[in-house]
Design a protein around this ligand. Structure first.
Ligand SMILES: Nc1ncnc2c1ncn2[C@@H]1O[C@H](COP(=O)(O)OP(=O)(O)OP(=O)(O)O)[C@@H](O)[C@H]1O
Length: 249
């Protein structure tokens, strides 16, 4: 359990606990007394208007927020992994080396191969990153994240740069990987459908705090046509201040 920006560390609950988190840049207050809990194994999606502070919160959890000023309690498991919109692979390393980065020994290699099999890239171990499509590169990034069996996976719009069909395939992949590995997940996304498709709970960030905390009570395999899916979608869009036509409410 790592504690960033002050505060005492309690017994490790293997989940996220954030209390009274403040983050600002100069005069700009971005997170303003934010509270958040994520249970072990829980999948939480985070929505919010552009500039509402989603990435700032994710960086605070990842311990990557050295730029701004901040106070508050942040407790996260030490064993966490982060994936971003761009796969951030090392171009001079082959795919398998990217997955096992920083690890060595036959065990690491075997785990890396297994992770690549899990993301559907068996046989591509010796490929260079530039030989892969954007979707395949994100698969490698997911394999690299999961090879350490993280207790927490932080994902900042991981599918934001992919085309719609690839994104749908990646949703299925991420859902299956999370069902198998059971990390707690915080997924930052702009895509309301993605949030309702994947998450146990969807949060909407507004004015520096969690403005809506919506449990998604749907079966694991979800269809966009289910009436309850559409009802959640509508509620979240309303909380984001947009209607179905893209207009402001
Ligand atoms: N290093 C920084 N220095 C100054 N301001 C910053 C810095 N990082 C973020 N900000 C500001 O903090 C606010 C929140 O940014 P953040 O990236 O967290 O929002 P976001 O909700 O993730 O946005 P988007 O959906 O557009 O990615 C923005 O106004 C941004 O300009």
């Amino acid at each position: 359990m790592a504690t960033h920006a002050g505060g005492l560390t309690a017994a490790p609950p293997r989940a996220v606990r954030v209390r009274d988190l403040y983050r600002g840049f100069g005069d700009r207050v971005v997170l303003d007394g934010l509270d958040l809990r994520i249970a072990a194994g829980e999948f939480v999606a985070l929505l919010g208007r552009s500039g509402s502070g989603k990435s700032t919160l994710l960086r605070a959890l990842a311990g990557l927020d050295r730029a701004g000023e901040g106070t508050g309690l942040v407790e996260v498991p030490r064993n966490l992994a982060v994936v971003f919109q761009d796969a951030r692979l090392l171009p001079w390393q082959r795919v398998l080396a990217n997955v096992v980065l920083g690890r060595s020994g036959p065990d690491a290699t075997e785990r890396g191969r297994a992770a690549l099999r899990e993301v559907g890239l068996a046989g591509r171990e010796r490929a260079w990153p530039k030989e892969l499509s954007g979707g395949e590169q994100q698969r490698v990034a997911l394999a690299r994240a999961l090879v350490s069996e993280p207790e927490l996976l932080l994902a900042d719009e991981p599918f934001g740069a992919l085309d719609a069909l690839t994104r749908i395939r990646m949703h299925g992949l991420l859902r299956d990987l999370c069902a198998r590995h059971r990390p707690a997940v915080l997924l930052v996304t702009h895509d309301v459908d993605e949030a309702v498709t994947l998450a146990d709970r969807v949060l909407v960030l507004d004015a520096g705090r969690v403005a809506l905390d919506q449990t998604i009570d749907l079966p694991t395999t979800r269809s966009h046509r289910q009436p309850r899916f559409l009802a959640y979608r509508e509620r979240l869009l309303a909380a984001l201040g947009v209607d179905e036509t893209g207009g402001q409410t």
